[in-house]
Design a protein around this ligand. Structure first.
Ligand code: HEC
Ligand code: HEC
Length: 346
């Protein structure tokens, strides 16, 4: 089901994207296709850029902890149909949320579906009477570490400059594990200078993501799948960061913020800014030095659409360590990649 959902969102957005990207020229701003132009039955989100509809639907689903079919006739088709009372309520809720932000928060997206719903179909009105254990931020170091120190430790943790330099290319076999923990798909990853490619096989449907230099493309059985700019950026970032400790080559600005905690372990939070101005949060384990989490965020009219990558289970593959388990998550979609075998310089 997850696969169908993914493909469908891709297709829905692909059709929208074709025109959107086709018209990407100097006056692209003026020509961005709206949801009202692209989709069949839009009554509230008319003026929203068409390629925000996918992320908005995912945000609404995750904020309420439901599937698409709570508001639609099914999980994978007939999204334009009305007749589901939840879809009507959701339209009213959208209007209410916009109105609250407009009236009380100067139009900023401070209040979102999740502010009230918090992952539940119905918000809880009554305060919790159980003791709430709040985790304090860890004690901060007397002298702040520099970004150079954090990156040097990361490089050493991966195996050191010399070991990293020896590996020019890789062929990796992995498994993509769906959120149910049982459904899996085989994956193959190729990495060579200037090229990064991931193939995922859903039975006889092959999804490929390819990064060549700055170019990014995605195909389904060789047919092009149009990507949103933020999706393209994230696929490119995965390729740029793969076993690359030189984050200064990826982010034009890197700032250490503070020591935080993830799952009980202390981490350095570093804010990375790309040349296009996008900001990402990077978390390095203070003890092991590994980059353990990366969070990027795209904005929508109903609030942020986060994309989180969690790296764990670092293992030695021919002198260089790689995270053998990587979990990818965004609202209503998540999966885990488990590396099985790595062939260096095949
Ligand atoms: C909480 C209710 C809710 C959930 C959950 C939800 N949607 Fe929607 N969806 C809506 C509403 C409301 C609209 C119409 C918006 C408008 O009229 O402005 C809509 C419209 C759409 C449209 C545009 C259809 C058209 O042609 O008019 C698509 C595509 C869509 N949803 C896909 C999805 C997908 C895929 C999911 C699951 C990931 C999903 N939706 C989950 C409420 C929901
Ligand atoms: C200010 C708080 C608030 C915000 C923001 C909010 N909701 Fe709600 N929502 C509620 C409350 C309270 C209820 C329950 C009303 C009831 O029980 O009759 C509800 C009910 C709903 C229901 C009906 C659930 C059911 O089982 O009948 C849907 C669907 C829904 N909200 C969708 C959304 C969506 C989508 C958004 C974001 C666009 C959103 N809500 C934003 C407070 C909020």
């Amino acid at each position: 089901m997850n696969k169908i959902k993914l493909i469908l969102i891709a297709i829905a957005v692909a059709a929208a994207g074709q025109q959107f990207f086709g018209s990407r020229s100097a006056d692209a701003q003026a020509k961005v296709e709206t949801a009202g132009q692209k989709f069949k039955n839009i009554k509230v989100l008319n003026d929203v850029p068409a390629d925000q509809i996918g992320p908005i639907m995912n945000i609404m689903s995750a904020s309420l902890g439901v599937d698409c079919k709570m508001c639609h006739a099914s999980n994978d088709r007939d999204f334009e149909k009305d007749g589901n009372e939840h879809k009507d309520i959701a339209r009213e809720m959208l209007k209410m949320t916009f109105a609250i932000n407009k009236q009380f928060f100067e139009g900023k997206t401070e209040v979102t579906c999740n502010t009230c719903h918090g992952g539940r179909e119905r918000p809880i009105a009554v305060p919790n009477l159980m003791q709430v254990v709040r985790e304090e931020r860890p004690k901060q170091p007397a002298t702040k570490p520099t970004v150079e120190q954090i990156l040097a430790k990361y490089e050493a943790a991966l195996g050191g400059k010399a070991a990293l330099a020896k590996i020019k290319s890789r062929h990796i076999t992995a498994t993509r594990v769906e959120p149910d923990g049982k459904t899996t798909e085989p994956e193959e990853i190729w990495q060579e200078p200037g090229m990064f490619r991931v193939d995922t096989r859903y039975g006889d449907y092959l999804i490929s993501e390819v990064v060549e230099g700055e170019k990014v493309r995605k195909t389904g059985n060789k047919e092009p799948i149009t990507l949103r700019p933020d999706e393209m950026e994230q696929i490119r970032r995965e390729a740029q960061l793969f076993a690359n400790p030189d984050l200064a080559s990826v982010y034009t600005k890197l700032d250490f913020r503070f020591v935080d905690r993830i799952d009980g372990r202390e981490v350095y939070l570093v804010l990375g800014t790309t040349s296009s101005g996008a900001r990402e949060r990077l978390y390095f384990d203070t003890a092991t030095g590994f980059l353990v989490r990366r969070v990027a965020t795209a904005m929508t009219v109903i609030g942020p659409f986060p994309f989180q990558v969690d790296m764990s289970d670092h293992r030695d593959f021919g002198g260089v360590k790689l995270p053998a388990t990587v979990r990818y998550a965004m609202p209503a979609i998540s999966w885990t990649r488990k590396i099985q075998e790595v062939r260096n310089n095949p």
